[in-house]
Design a protein around this ligand. Structure first.
Ligand code: NAD
Length: 330
């Protein structure tokens, strides 16, 4: 495994992170025993970053992850979230967030998490996020129940806008930097760099689009994106290559992202994904993938309140990546 600092001075985290939403049956029905084996396999291969939320499986993923990590809590960087509780149930009020962390700690069987994030902030009111919810997370941090605080969501401009307004440790972006799309680097990476905020990139397989199984029924991408993803999967297979290897390698090469979160509940996938760290893609294969993706490159989908998609930067035109992130264990 390779490790990077979470931001400039944060702890060393594995470049491949364990996304625990599949433990909550978000993609298919999985067993607790298989999920626990996947967690053990990840630990054995040096993965130390685990990401979960009360939303995944409506608390099931936190329950299962807590059970799987019992007795191993001190070996991991544990990240959870608050504010999202169902597909259409959000509550970013300080009172709910304060209750939420206690509920998460009980399910995760620990007295603190390492990172607490507001989950999918685009479904909240911008002023409430900035003026109430993030101060509530700061208060939770002061109470010792989390070490770091952050935000997550899909619309890059709102993530950037909040990162400009409030000191944060992390921003988690998903489905905005992988083989299908790279606009994270246009809207968010420069702001994260300017503000010294750690960047977490989730969904390197575009939430299942870049897998043999294909996208789950709930996947919000337009049909043409799913078709292009299917063409990429077929093309990789025809070249004798696993699409997940190519997709992960692409994300892991990002120069600023601290960790790339891939959803896993299957030990076989954990093994394959760890091996992808050493995969060397052939330029001709990459050119073929780019041709297939070109017609839908950077096509995304709406998420959250319409007013949360209208921001164009930090008021600072410098779009440089910071040169100061540190690779601590090559
Ligand atoms: P993903 O792109 O990681 O795809 C996950 C799917 O790919 C699952 O069906 C999984 O079983 C499958 N898979 C994994 N490895 C595979 C392999 N080697 N071969 C074939 N299939 C494989 O999407 P994701 O799970 O949504 O994202 C990763 C994690 O990031 C999530 O689990 C979650 O922890 C986090 N996340 C957070 C947010 C947010 O905070 N708003 C949003 C999306 C994701």
């Amino acid at each position: 495994m390779r490790y990077r600092n979470l931001g400039k001075q944060g702890p060393a985290v594995s470049v491949l992170g364990f996304g625990a939403s599949p433990l909550g049956n978000e993609f298919r029905v999985t067993s607790a025993a298989e999920g626990a084996r996947a967690v053990d396999c990840a630990l054995d291969h040096g993965i130390n970053y685990f990401d979960v939320s009360p939303y995944y499986g409506r608390t099931l993923a936190e329950e299962r992850l807590g059970q799987a990590l019992a007795g191993k809590r001190d070996r991991v960087f544990l990240a959870t979230k608050c504010g999202r509780y169902d597909t259409d149930r959000f509550d970013f009020s300080p009172a709910r967030l304060v209750r939420s962390i206690d509920e998460s700690l009980a399910r995760l069987r620990t007295d603190h998490v390492d990172l607490l994030q507001l989950h999918d902030i685009e479904f909240g009111d911008f002023r409430q996020i900035v003026d109430q919810a993030l101060p509530a997370l700061e208060a939770i941090r002061r109470s010792g129940k989390t070490r770091f605080i952050g935000i997550t969501g899909l619309p890059l401009k709102m993530l950037a806008r909040v990162a400009c307004a409030v000191p944060l440790d992390t921003v988690l972006s998903y489905c905005r930097y992988n083989l299908m799309i790279t606009d994270m680097d246009q809207w968010l990476t420069p702001v994260a760099g300017q503000k010294g905020v750690a960047l977490i990139n989730a969904s390197p397989l575009h939430m299942g689009v870049l897998t043999e199984r294909g996208a789950p029924a709930w996947h919000p991408a337009p049909p043409e994106v799913k078709q292009a993803g299917r063409a990429v999967v077929d093309f990789c297979r025809s070249r004798g290559v696993r699409v997940a290897d190519v997709a992960l390698r692409f994300c892991l090469d990002h120069p600023y992202v601290s960790t790339t979160l891939v959803g896993m509940a299957d030990p076989g996938h954990v093994m394959e994904n760890v091996r992808a760290l050493d995969f060397e893609p052939d330029p001709e294969l990459m050119a073929g993938i780019q041709r297939l993706v070109a017609p839908v490159k950077d096509v995304t989908w709406p998420s959250g309140r319409p007013e949360n998609n209208d921001y164009e930067g930090c008021g600072d035109s410098e779009n440089r990546l910071p040169s100061s992130f540190v690779v601590v264990q090559p």
